[in-house]
Design a protein around this ligand. Sequence first.
Ligand code: CMC
Length: 431
Amino acid sequence: MSFSPPQDDGTVSITFQGKTATLPVLSGASGNSVVDIRSLTKELGLFTFDPGLGSTAACESKITFIDGEKGILLYRGYPIEQLAAKSSFAEVAYLLLYGELPSKEEHEDFKERLLNHSLLHEQIRNFFNGYRRDAHPMAMLCGTVGGLSAFYPEGIDISNEESRDLSAVRLIAKMPTLAAWAYKYSRGEPFVYPRADYSYSENFINMLFARADRPYKVNPILSNALDRILILHADHEQNASTSTVRLTGSTGSHPFACVAAGIAALWGPAHGGANEAVLQMLGKIGSKENIPDFIAKVKDKNSNVRLMGFGHRVYKNFDPRAKIMQQTCYEVLEELGIKHDPLLELAIELEKYALNDDYFVQRKLYPNVDFYSGIIFKAMGIPKSMFTAFFAVARTVGWVSQWKEAFNDPLRRIYRPRQLYTGHQRRDLNK
Ligand code: CMC
């Protein structure tokens, strides 16, 4: 194991019904120490109870570290602010996958690999034809990514490091093409293919917006902004979709199927679907005068209304990604010559209002990465329903990096949580 030795107070003892279990406390490189409860059930016959797994470390990982109190996010030790300012998405993807930033040659080679794998099998076009035109892009992504596993049956050989690496690169490379085609399909426009002279983000933008009937040139400010947005979303330790990918991977499933499961988990409004939900919410609020009424609804426990784009399971001070996102938002709007964006103005007012309200202060609820991303995407001309698909493209890097890491973990086992059963005792059929 890669843990350092337990600290001075290196054990926790639990006494139950006259028996005592002594459990080691393990320290990682940073962050909270963990109580190793693996012997608890054997020694005391107890399970632990942690709905939402907020106090449970389900695996070891060397990829991403978050300090939620201080608002720190590190990829392989590098602060997100530095990576967003100085690196390309391809470099960050390489870093997350392989552990170190690439040399110049490695970077070129990796970009070439991504490009070579960005095409889709022509038969995938038929998959899209099976969807209604108004299908949500996340539905199309889920289905087509899962379906791609049938095109790469050799990917099921997960015992082979090279095969795992190839699947990981294929997935990162093909996701923008799939997402862009989902968008094109919804508009009834011809699919656009990746181009060898474009970067990852340029290709993504080109495949979304280029049309057969007129020339299209990718605006570098927009592709740089997209690159940064993809970097900010690339990984976030053991979040719901990543845990889903790890869980699915723990059964030995095909990597494309694991990522399809991750896409399903990301879709929900509590997770990646929040960026779409923020714009819907701003649309519903409509204008600044309605903010107090809306906030009153959010605070009313019976209303089931949440302030979307606010709050986070781990960040309890600020989300460092939200700060960079807000800055990117200003840059994009300026580049696009948008002097006054009513949605941005409403969002800023709403943020101010919430940050001065006791309800949010006491619960340590701050804007998260999704609060501003929707406004940027909208300004770029990207429809609401595509927002979460962008998140999925970015997070694929994290999913496959974590999926690969899990295979080299000597502690790897199938995920199989226990439960606190509260249903009927045994009873017999009365007939
Ligand atoms: N609006 C109003 N109240 C909230 C919100 C919110 N957005 N988030 C949390 N609370 C309240 C919650 O009602 C609870 O109050 P009380 O203690 O009185 O019962 C308290 O804060 C703790 O909330 P929780 O639900 O236990 O927190 P959680 O860690 O389970 O949930 C969350 C985290 C992100 C799901 C939640 O904050 C939320 O639903 N936010 C809105 C959706 C959103 O923006 N999601 C994107 C997350 S960032 C992108 C990503 O990683 O996917």
